[in-house]
Design a protein around this ligand. Structure first.
Ligand SMILES: Cc1ncc(COP(=O)(O)O)c(C=O)c1O
Length: 455
């Protein structure tokens, strides 16, 4: 096809949309998804987003408060919330106004600093116990990448230790043993083809919540370990609550061997608390990564921590670590972050979401019992999910293996039919935002009651 033909066929496609006034919204939805499938791998921006198609094709057109609207004009109460960032609700007026004001002043300067950068950094230093200095970036993956580079530079070591079931982003350093198949548990399992084997070999994995194993690994590898990284409450597999003894052992062992401890608070930071999980437990890491809820959906993230570690990226002759990024500190994102953080603190969003989350969990637990369904409800504060076919409190990745995936997909499909949207991935989770309220809770539980009857 020549460039000219390509342009013509593209124009023809657009014209068709414009001319086809009689097309129903449902047809338009189908047409967009079909077009996406032709030119976007899997028909969505990530494989995980494509999983939404498991319960029917869907293209979204708008979002407001707790509601998602599809191109077909259907409305859903949104429990997905973009995989977690939306903590105040979609299209939050004040956050968007702050971002718009920043846009009016120019979105990117790319030299020196800017007041917004300092103001958001100061808030992170005030709120997160481990944070003395801050570098901004645009995504959680960038933040964990930078954190590991800082740790490797400081220690001169290459190996890192992570935990099965914890996700820290898509890059080769960490995309290992997030969801290993049952026969690969305990190995270094690369989650993607195309990963650098040296990176995988330098990534040790351990079960979460096992203080003895972690102590032994840190002791045995203390001299060549650059960092230990974890989600302090792993939500990439629903929710594993950390044992105090595990976190304390981790802190002690890494301190003894001078190995930086990295808390990946990309999900938990500003969602569970403005102080992170590190503000709830008595363990302070050396480095912290935040993203998602920091900006209520705007692409803004940060790595923060001990000033001696962060200062390595000072950009002068003394500082050997390169942290770079054209869009780092992008002003609309920072404006959104400042407004989001201030709102979370001023309105005590954490208390509101914790209470609401507890009531979803209680309601679902009762429903499971009433219907005699084998399964459990897991979660923490504004995060919850149903895991079918398993019981007991999950403490590590192996406790999550064996959940009934088919039943969860059927549940997600039934809930979607009744107007409640969440990803049909059985290992993921529901999120709540400040826009969710009593009426959403009631309608969700009514729908779950009906779907449980069918299951
Ligand atoms: C705990 C955790 N860390 C890191 C990341 C990577 O963040 P991003 O998708 O913004 O690159 C994610 C994303 O889901 C996450 O859940």
């Amino acid at each position: 096809m020549t460039d000219l033909e390509r342009t013509e066929s593209h124009d023809a496609g657009c014209a068709e949309d414009v001319e086809d006034d009689s097309a129903t919204n449902a047809d338009r939805n189908e047409s967009i998804v079909d077009r996406a499938r032709e030119i976007i791998p899997g028909g969505a921006q990530t494989g995980l987003r494509a999983q939404a198609y498991d319960t029917g094709d869907v293209a979204f057109e708008s979002a407001s408060g707790a509601t998602l609207t599809t191109v077909a004009g259907e409305q859903y109460t949104d429990y997905h919330l973009g995989f977690g960032p939306i903590v105040l609700g979609h299209a939050h007026e004040d956050v968007d106004a702050a971002a718009r004001a920043a846009i009016d002043d120019g979105v990117l300067y790319g030299a020196g600093t800017a007041p917004l950068e300092v103001e958001v950094a100061e808030r992170l230093v005030d709120l997160l116990p481990s944070v003395e200095m801050v570098n901004f970036c645009n995504s959680g993956s960038e933040a964990t990448y930078h954190a590991i580079r800082l740790a490797r530079a400081a220690t001169g070591n290459e190996k890192i230790l992570k935990f099965e079931g914890c996700y820290h982003g898509w890059h080769d350093y960490v995309d290992v043993s997030v969801y290993p198949p049952v026969d690969r548990v305990g190995e270094r399992y690369p989650e993607s083809d195309g990963m650098l084997s040296a990176a995988v070999e330098n990534t040790l994995v351990a079960p979460f919540n096992d203080p003895d194993t972690v102590e032994a690994i840190v002791r045995d590898h203390g001299d060549d370990l650059a960092a230990v990284i974890l989600e302090p409450v792993p939500h990439s597999v629903g929710c594993l609550l950390p044992r105090t003894e595990f976190l304390e052992t981790l802190r002690e062992a890494t301190a003894v061997h001078d190995v930086p401890l990295i808390f990946d608070e990309v999900i938990s930071g500003f969602r569970h608390s403005p102080h992170g999980v590190q503000g709830e437990v008595d363990v302070t890491p050396d480095l912290t990564c935040v993203a998602k809820a920091l900006g209520n959906g705007y692409p803004v993230a940060a790595v923060g921590g001990r000033s001696d570690l962060l200062a390595q990226a000072g950009g002068d002759n003394e500082s050997g670590v390169v942290i770079s990024g054209t869009y780092s500190g992008s002003l609309p994102g920072l404006a959104a972050a400042r407004e989001t953080v201030d709102t979370i603190v001023a309105e005590d969003i954490q208390a509101y979401l914790t209470d609401l989350g507890d009531r979803y969990r209680e309601g679902l637990t009762d429903l499971l019992e009433d219907h005699g369904i084998d399964g459990r409800i897991v979660g923490h504060r504004s995060i919850f999910t149903v895991q079918f076919g398993v019981d007991g409190e999950p403490r590590d990745y192996e406790d999550v293996l064996g959940l009934d995936e088919e039943r969860f997909r059927a549940f997600a499909a039934g809930m979607r039919e009744r107007g409640h949207f969440f990803t049909p991935n059985p290992y993921k989770r529901h999120h709540l935002s400040a826009a969710h309220d009593e009426s959403h809770l009631e309608s969700y539980l009514d729908a779950a009651d009906a779907v449980f009857t069918e299951l």
